[in-house]
Design a protein around this ligand. Structure first.
Ligand code: 3H9
Length: 700
């Protein structure tokens, strides 16, 4: 039929095969191939049933995301699926891997569906700022009910085959060969005389089900959990049409809502994020075929919150891990911390006791470096002090077997210096996890000057195995994420000294979409950390780099954030929700006085510009220095490690949406008003003057 869709006859059965690697996305050629193949099967009098099957690792994973935003190409997917559904001969979709988005919509257009036991189905369009636009919002409620359809479409989360069977999304599960299973099912259909069973002809308005109430409940949930997002409300509206309108009108309504989403800036940002994440896995100059080393035996040095979090990430991935502590008391405490973390998940219901026991069986506490002689990988997560790191790496160098990877979780120290403490700097790499390490997806993989390609490739493989999003970065103070967040934190503190309250600063940034406000974030990580950095900076920085003084005042008062129940905010015991600190105002005023500032009202827009533009300016410097390979890598870091709203793409993408010239103009004003910190990044000046964007930047 075409290169990507073929048709063969097996007796009275037409077998249509899609073969469009890597994920059988529904690009124009696939759509056309499907349309023609189904038409040919329909026209062939000898055909009594049709089987749709896919080559490769997966059934169709959806529309071709690369086509979004480009002029539409016929035939459209809704049109193709309508044709499939109208076919007079029964058809069966044979699902394996993941039937996602348009892929599941194609399957719902077929008359029957069978799924391999290990497969999954889902409508993840909402994660791309869209809604299922090829009948999914109309057909899924008709087979699975409105409640399940709302859950799946609004969350975008896939479900396993067994659950799909339970909800009538598939008719049967199978194991083994796809084509044979499909043919066997089609033969059964023929033998039993079962003809076309069109999803669209079923009803979503079932008796006894209060669909309107389900819709109202979903609205309330979205208002609470998906603040600021454009497509979830439209997903609900589309599903509503499935039971309030006939199919043809429901499909029309779905199309209108889909088009609204398609042209929204959020869709552009979310699709950009999807590709950015995949792009981050590609490292310039690193051959994708570079061999990787084994990492079957792992050790973590240090059993604090970070070390234990890292160890649990490995246990979660089924990899045995040892935690090394300096004394048996500290080792026992680390083990308690590990089991306590799992026990909390069991209590919450997110982990079974059996799974906890299995994972804990993979974690061992040790106190002797000699116990690390046979490990493939060791990750140091000790105190951020070069002297301490030196001792650790010298000992590791002495005991670890040749070829073992020696990784540091340092968040700010010079990895080249750390590598120099060993006689094998080529085996040293940074694996910078984010706290809590067993939860956060981001992993900054720090490439030191002498890190070998093999070690770097293995670090990326480790990230993949732990289900992290890995981004390769170069060595500098704070790497990418923390170097930028320092600018952001400092500006947020300046804003407090200029007249804003913590509620105003955090409120403005949360409304912008940040998962957490910067002041509450600092309370969470502990104000003393910033205080000690601040003291060091006061000695190191040239005089024109003025620093805020407010933090010192809080720390001097003994307010260290959540851990003391009081910081910028106050915290009730056992409650992490920040409440206004009634004693803060005098400190704010004292800090303003000391800085010679007259406090004034600051708008939300101003707060956002001062903080987010500080991120952008530093990001531009990082990009120019080559610390990050590409602007999208910086965005991936911000989305996955710092709670930046995915629907804004990340700070660098956001800057491009605003226009680099506009961002630069504002930064120049801040520079004039607030001094040295705001010196515009030369790359920003260059790109803005040349009318280019960060994504254009290729080192020239
Ligand atoms: C939709 O269907 C809209 C319809 O309702 C309405 C239309 C009218 N298109 O993730 P991986 C590429 S919206 C184009 O690393 P994995 C990906 O970029 C769509 N390309 O593999 C990568 O390329 P490269 C709804 C795609 O095994 C390569 O495939 N569907 C698409 O870890 C491998 O990807 C979705 O949102 C695509 N749809 O995971 C599903 N998908 O090698 C999106 C992937 O050049 N996809 N690529 O970097 C996924 O969730 C995962 O890719 C999947 C495989 C689970 C399928």
């Amino acid at each position: 039929m075409s290169e990507v869709v073929s048709l063969e006859r097996r007796g009275p059965i037409a077998v249509i095969t899609v073969n469009n690697p890597p994920v059988n996305a529904l690009g124009q050629a696939v759509r056309e191939g499907l349309q023609k193949s189904f038409a040919a099967a329909e026209a062939d009098a000898a055909v009594q049933a049709v089987v749709l099957v896919c080559e490769g690792n997966t059934f169709i994973a959806g529309a071709d995301i690369k086509e979004f935003g480009k002029p539409p190409m016929a035939p459209s997917l809704p049109e193709v699926i309508e044709g499939l559904e109208a076919c007079s001969k029964p058809s069966v979709a044979v699902i394996h891997g993941t039937a996602l988005g348009g892929g599941l919509e194609v399957a719902l257009g077929c008359h029957y569906r069978i799924a391999r036991k290990d497969s999954q189905v889902g409508l993840p369009e909402v994660k791309l700022g869209l809604l299922p636009g090829a009948g999914g919002t109309q057909r899924l409620p008709r087979v699975a009910g409105v409640a399940k359809a709302l859950d799946m479409i609004v969350s975008g989360a896939p479900i396993k085959a067994a659950e799909a069977l339970q909800f009538n999304i598939v008719d049967e599960l199978f194991e083994g060969d796809l084509r044979e299973a499909g043919i066997a099912y089609a033969q059964k259909l023929i033998a039993e005389g079962r003809g076309a069973r069109r999803t669209g002809e079923q009803s979503a308005a079932l008796e006894g089900v209060d669909n309107a109430a389900l819709v109202a409940a979903k609205h309330a949930e979205v208002a609470k959990r998906m603040r600021g997002l454009f497509s979830p409300l439209r997903c609900i509206a589309a599903v509503e049409a499935s039971f309030s309108l006939p199919l043809s009108e429901g499909l029309k309504r779905e199309r209108e809502l889909f088009t609204e989403c398609l042209s929204s800036p959020q869709r552009a940002a979310l699709v950009y994020s999807f590709f950015s994440e995949r792009q981050a896995a590609k490292v310039e100059g690193l051959d994708p075929k570079t061999p990787t080393r084994a990492f079957d035996k792992v050790a973590v040095i240090g059993g604090g919150t970070m070390g234990v979090g890292i160890a649990l990430s490995f246990a979660n991935a089924g990899i045995p891990v040892r935690i090394l502590e300096i004394s048996s008391e500290a080792r026992d405490k680390a083990m308690e911390r590990a089991s306590g973390t799992y026990a909390a998940s069991v209590k919450r219901g997110s982990l079974t006791q059996d799974a906890m026991d299995k994972r804990m069986a993979l974690v061992t506490g040790v106190t002797d470096y000699a116990d690390l002689a046979d490990v493939d990988l060791v990750i140091e997560a000790v105190f951020e002090d070069m002297g301490v790191k030196q001792k650790v790496f010298e000992q590791l160098d002495a005991v670890c077997k040749p070829g073992a990877i020696l990784a540091s979780n340092t968040s700010s120290l010079d990895l080249n210096v750390i590598a120099g403490f060993t006689k094998r700097p080529q085996d040293v790499v940074g694996l910078h996890f984010f706290s809590p390490a067993n939860v956060m997806r981001l992993l900054e993989v720090v490439r030191a000057e002498k890190t070998s390609d093999e070690v770097l490739a293995t670090a990326l493989a480790i990230g993949k195995k732990l289900k992290k999003v890995s981004v390769v970065v170069g060595v500098c103070d704070g790497f990418v994420g923390n170097r930028m967040v320092f600018q952001y934190g400092r500006e947020s503190e300046f804003l407090l000294e200029e007249g804003a309250t913590p509620e105003q600063v955090d409120g403005a940034l949360k409304d912008f979409g940040m998962a957490m406000g910067p002041t509450a974030m600092r309370d969470l990580s502990g104000l003393d950390i910033g205080w000690s950095i601040r003291k060091r900076q006061r000695q190191e920085l040239p005089a024109e780099y003025k620093l805020p003084v407010l933090l010192d005042k809080l720390c001097e008062a003994g307010w260290l954030g959540q851990k003391t129940g009081k910081g910028f905010f106050v915290y009730e015991a056992g409650n992490r929700n920040p409440q206004p600190n009634p004693d803060l105002q005098p400190l704010l005023e004292a800090a303003s006085r000391e800085q010679g500032i007259e406090r004034r009202q600051l708008s939300a827009e101003y707060i956002i510009e001062r903080t987010i533009y500080a991120l952008i300016n530093e990001g531009a410097k990082i990009l120019e220095e080559g610390i990050a390979q590409r602007a999208s890598d910086i965005d991936v870091i911000y989305l996955n490690g710092y709670g930046f709203p995915a629907y804004r793409g990340g700070p660098m993408f956001y800057a491009e949406q605003i226009g680099l010239d506009k961002v630069l103009a504002r930064i120049q004003e801040f520079h004039a008003e607030h001094g040295a910190w705001w010196k515009p990044a030369p790359l920003l000046v260059k790109l803005a003057s040349e009318g280019r964007t960060f994504s254009d930047w290729n080192g020239q």
